[in-house]
Design a binder for this molecule. Structure first.
Ligand code: HEC
Ligand code: HEC
Length: 324
């Protein structure tokens, strides 16, 4: 009798752990399972040279080209269409979506289609790409039958082809930084920006165009040509996590990264500057699934919009109901 109760208890604990592991209650998205710890070698993208010399291979290469130099094709002076703000996908998905912790695409093919709480529906890769076009590039969707959309999807599939379904490799996407005990402080962030960011991104965060004027050498961080308020980076944790591992861009490998505090504070500064406003009110139809740092109410808890935007986040997260 005692033994079977013990076994039942063990099973219960195991099931609870599995439940929490498979549910990303912080981001509100159903989560693909992270690779087991012992298999956590850093993801490496397949070798570009191995893209086959076929018609399909040509499309994969075109997809990579579109991700790297989006503005040349789809920007305000684009040769294919004028449907985005002049940024490149690569500005945020570094090295054409291949860099570790550089918001890479390694987990996309293995995890889509998936349910996303932001739209409250099952999303395809196609929909997710258009999400970034409309929000991060403050533009318009690509037609799903277009050669450009096909090429982008084929490239993303090719990158992730070795990852088993449902697995998120180590180094995928953007890192989650530990929380601070205080709210992120935009006035401290302003100082970080002046010291460590403005030399490239411009003192007004507006970025610097190349000499042809068709692409950014240094992309804008706010203002008319930046991501809009429905974009992933408009959530503080996404911006801080991205900046922590990837900026300043020219940092030597052995140079220390900026501190977590600097990353949170500079993110608060950047996201309190003006940018295109869309306020997608139909986002997160189930408000219980909103991530802790979603910048717009209504919320399922009593914390203010300001606290959801800038923190402190610990008590918000502790009170949050896990999504399932
Ligand atoms: C301003 C920055 C920015 C730009 C530019 C941008 N994205 Fe994104 N993208 C993000 C962020 C932030 C996320 C969400 C990452 C997270 O939540 O961890 C994301 C997520 C994605 C995902 C889903 C990744 C996953 O693992 O679920 C895809 C696919 C994607 N972007 C494609 C694109 C494409 C294609 C372009 C160009 C047309 C583009 N993005 C441009 C910031 C950007
Ligand atoms: C040496 C120049 C340089 C410095 C310094 C630098 N950046 Fe960047 N940053 C870049 C470049 C270049 C890119 C685009 C990378 C690419 O396209 O491959 C970028 C991209 C970004 C992006 C994503 C694209 C966008 O415009 O939204 C953010 C956010 C960002 N930087 C924030 C920062 C912050 C914050 C700092 C200071 C802590 C900083 N950067 C310092 C060069 C720099």
């Amino acid at each position: 009798m005692g033994k079977s109760i013990f076994i039942a208890l063990l099973l219960l604990v195991g099931a609870t752990i599995l439940f929490f592991k498979s549910t990303n209650y912080l981001s509100g998205d159903k989560k693909v399972v992270e690779a087991p710890v012992e298999k956590r070698s850093m993801w490496k993208a397949p070798d570009y040279e191995l893209i086959p010399d076929t018609k399909q291979g040509d499309l994969i290469r075109y997809g990579r080209e579109l991700i790297s130099f989006t503005s040349k094709y789809l920007g305000p002076h684009g040769t294919i269409a004028h449907i985005s703000n002049g940024m490149n996908c690569q500005n945020c998905h570094l090295e054409a979506g291949t860099r570790e912790w550089g918001n890479n695409y390694s987990a996309v093919f293995s995890s889509y289609p998936k349910f996303r709480a932001r739209s409250g529906s099952v999303e395809t890769i196609n929909k997710r790409v258009n999400d970034c076009l409309q929000r991060s590039l403050n533009g318009e969707a690509l037609d799903s039958g277009s050669r450009e959309m096909q090429a982008i999807i084929l490239y993303i599939q090719w990158l992730g082809k070795k990852i088993p379904h449902g697995i998120k490799p180590y180094g995928a996407g953007i890192t989650d930084l530990p929380f601070m005990n205080r709210a992120a402080d935009s006035s401290r962030g302003k100082l970080v920006f002046a010291l460590k960011c403005s030399n490239c991104h411009g003192s007004n965060g507006q970025g610097i165009l190349n000499s042809y004027g068709n692409m950014y050498l240094y992309p804008p961080l706010w203002g008319a040509n930046s991501y809009n308020d429905g974009a992933g980076l408009y959530r503080l944790s996404r911006l801080a996590g991205y900046v922590k591992n990837n900026m300043p861009f020219n940092r030597a490998i052995n140079e220390p990264k900026i501190t977590d505090e600097e990353a949170w504070d500079v993110a608060a500064y950047i996201n309190s500057r003006p940018r295109p406003l869309k306020n997608y009110r139909s986002d997160w139809p189930d408000i219980k699934l909103k991530p802790f740092d979603h910048p717009y109410g209504p919320y399922a808890d009593a914390f203010t919009e300001t606290q959801h935007k800038f923190g402190p986040f610990v008590n918000i997260v502790n009170k949050q109901v896990p999504a399932h």
